[in-house]
Design a protein around this ligand. Structure first.
Ligand code: NAD
Length: 280
């Protein structure tokens, strides 16, 4: 009999998520029976205050693990029995393993981003990078960049307090000399080889560019975390200027690859999962 895993994604407005299909298909490739359900808190009328009950019910119903997304990535922290060091550093969890009555928190957002960048632009991992957007995704991207060996990450956010908090968090692990708040986008970009958008700008419903178009020069590599749509305005502009690009689908697949391994103990095939994602 094949091993079976009962998994789910908890978040708000996640009904269009491609993660269930990706995880279930990868499970089949390994001869595992993986059932991965969407638990859309918005549709269920549940909020952050309902998360303790939701976790208890997931355990009672025999779930082996959950992915957790907006707005629960921080709210889940006090409900866990154990936290990996990277998740503690980031103060965010996107993967919860439910094992033997214990809840173990992991973060595969940062490793998923690092995986995507390393496989798409392996020669770019030591570059100086400008990171626009210092929320949850921005912190994970910054962590991924610095873990890969980026020389320096300059962080900008329209909310300066968030940029500062993100830098303090990253500097604690990687040092003050490798990450700072950038006072000026144009000057920071002039000194960088890469640009990452970690704001929601470019998402369906939030059209536009996160930086002025004239700052996207051909020798920059440009990366986006937004993946609805896969081809954001920023990625399309960058391609049209001849820039090398890392679209947001790479991070979405990367976090799923690493979560699959956390859930099942088996290494997922990243290329196969990327092909699945592209077909969906
Ligand atoms: P968030 O709200 O926590 O953070 C977004 C940050 O961007 C905020 O701090 C905000 O002040 C800042 N911001 C907004 N507009 C800006 C602008 N024009 N210039 C500078 N800063 C600006 O959101 P989040 O959870 O970090 O998510 C951000 C995006 O990342 C969303 O679109 C989300 O879907 C995407 N995301 C993708 C993946 C993936 O796997 N590809 C994973 C997580 C999140």
């Amino acid at each position: 009999m094949s091993a079976s895993y009962s998994l789910g994604l908890v978040g708000q407005g996640i009904s269009a998520s491609l993660t269930p299909a990706m995880q279930e298909r990868e499970g089949r490739e390994h001869g595992l029976s993986v059932t991965y359900r969407i638990i859309d808190a918005e549709r269920l009328g549940l909020g952050v205050a309902d998360l303790p009950a939701l976790l208890t019910w997931a355990e009672r119903l025999g779930y082996d693990g959950l992915n957790v997304t907006h707005p629960f990535k921080q709210a889940v922290l006090p409900l866990l029995d154990e936290l990996s060091e990277d998740a503690a550093d980031l103060g965010a969890v996107n993967t919860v393993l439910l094992r033997d009555g214990r809840r173990l928190g992991r973060n595969t957002d940062w490793s998923g981003y690092a995986r995507a960048l390393r496989s798409t632009l392996p020669d770019a991992v030591h570059d100086r990078v400008v990171l626009v957007g210092a929320g949850g995704a921005g912190a994970a991207v910054g962590y991924g960049l610095l873990d890969l060996g980026a020389e320096h990450v300059a962080v900008l956010d329209t909310d300066e307090g968030r940029a500062h908090a993100c830098v303090v968090r990253l500097a604690k692990r990687y040092g003050d000399d490798r990450v700072s708040v950038a006072p000026d986008l144009e000057r920071a970009l002039a000194d960088a080889a890469g640009l990452v958008n970690a704001t929601p700008v470019g998402m369906t419903g939030h059209p536009g560019l996160p930086v002025p178009a004239d700052l996207v020069r051909p020798d920059l590599w440009v990366s986006d975390v937004v993946y609805f749509p896969l081809e954001t305005e920023l990625i399309a502009l960058a391609r049209s200027r001849g820039c090398r690009v890392v679209p947001g689908g790479g991070m979405a697949v990367g976090q799923a690859v690493d979560a699959f391994e956390q859930f099942t103990g088996r290494p997922a095939d990243p290329d196969r999962m990327a092909r699945h994602f592209a077909e969906l």
